[in-house]
Design a protein around this ligand. Structure first.
Ligand SMILES: O=C(O)c1[nH]c(=O)[nH]c(=O)c1Cl
Length: 309
């Protein structure tokens, strides 16, 4: 049973990898991921300078998933480029970047442009927790269009984008129309659902400090929206743009559902934080069991073949 995948030439041994932001910020976390069964290593979205991020508590888990307003804590682009230079593993690395402004993204990309050791950039257009900014870039279509138009004039290396969830067909079509104009390497759907709140009824309060308790929602409760985003972009994007699914994956069955919707690979966030490194082995085992029972030999046997009726 082959559960490997190929993202535009990047061969990934197992289609299951970590999601940006989860246990992928420090040298130790990146090393552990590099040595794990994660098919690739996705780094924490980085900025030009190191950031401490928002005040704590900024993360909270409940059975339905997670809420976070981390505020982009990271060690800065130079740390991640240096880690990539000195790593000696063949495992693919997706370097996630998330500048606080278009200009900062240009600065980061110019630095990344000279690094040879990363397989692709995952350009984060969807961080919902930036106090400094009021808008999620992924919802500003004209700004994104101008940004990508300029970006692809100078950036010629593999670059994919990480999108926020969309909910209206018009928005999927609009975003796909923009992305279809460029050599986009992959699209990761979705980032957390922006600006939810969780409540502690004992304290009669919110559960995280930043932004009066508003934060990105992840985990099981967002899976229906994430699956829909994968399916919509699978329908509207150029057929040569692979989709990486992300959002609420807890079991091998969830992974199967994403591939059925058209994903070529998946990323694990909240469940990875809950379970740790062993989550990858468990999901691989569960997915292989499902493929065996259904007599599928590889992901291509059923990728995108979701039935409607
Ligand atoms: O607050 C964060 O660091 C954060 N949190 C998220 O849920 N998604 C993101 O892309 C980022 Cl950058």
């Amino acid at each position: 049973i082959d559960i490997s995948t190929n993202i535009n030439g990047i061969k990934i041994s197992s289609c299951i990898m970590n999601a940006s932001g989860i246990l992928c910020c420090t040298e130790k976390e990146l090393y552990n991921l590099m040595m794990s069964s994660s098919g690739a290593v996705v780094t924490k979205s980085c900025t030009i300078k190191p950031r401490k991020g928002n005040l704590k508590p900024r993360y909270f888990e409940w059975k339905g998933g997670s809420i976070n307003s981390m505020g982009l804590p990271n060690l800065g682009i130079d740390f991640y480029l240096n880690f990539l230079e000195k790593k000696n593993s063949k495992k693919p690395f997706l370097l996630s970047i998330s500048g606080l402004s278009i200009e900062e993204n240009y600065l980061i990309l110019r630095k990344a442009n000279i690094s040879s050791n990363m397989n692709a950039i995952e350009l984060n257009l969807s961080c919902p927790n930036l106090l400094e900014k009021d808008k999620i870039l992924g919802y500003d279509f004209s700004k994104i269009s101008d940004f990508l138009e300029n970006l692809f004039q100078f950036y010629k290396k593999p670059l994919g984008v990480k999108l926020p969830p969309y909910f209206e067909d018009f928005h999927f079509r609009k975003m796909a129309f923009i992305l279809n104009k460029y050599p986009i390497y992959f699209v990761t759907c979705i980032n957390s659902l922006p600006n939810g709140i969780c409540i502690d009824i004992n304290k009669e309060s919110v559960v995280i400090h930043p932004k009066k308790g508003f934060g990105g929602i992840g985990g099981l409760s967002i899976k229906p929206f994430a699956l829909a985003n994968v399916r919509k972009f699978y329908t509207y994007l150029r057929k040569d743009i692979p989709i990486i699914g992300c959002g609420g994956i807890c079991t091998g069955k969830d992974v199967f559902e994403y591939i059925l919707c058209g994903a070529s690979a998946v990323q694990i966030g909240t469940q990875f934080l809950k379970e740790g490194i062993p989550v990858f082995d468990r999901l691989i085992k569960e997915l292989i069991t499902i493929l065996k029972n259904k007599n599928y030999s590889s992901l291509n046997s059923f990728k995108g073949k979701l039935n409607v009726f």
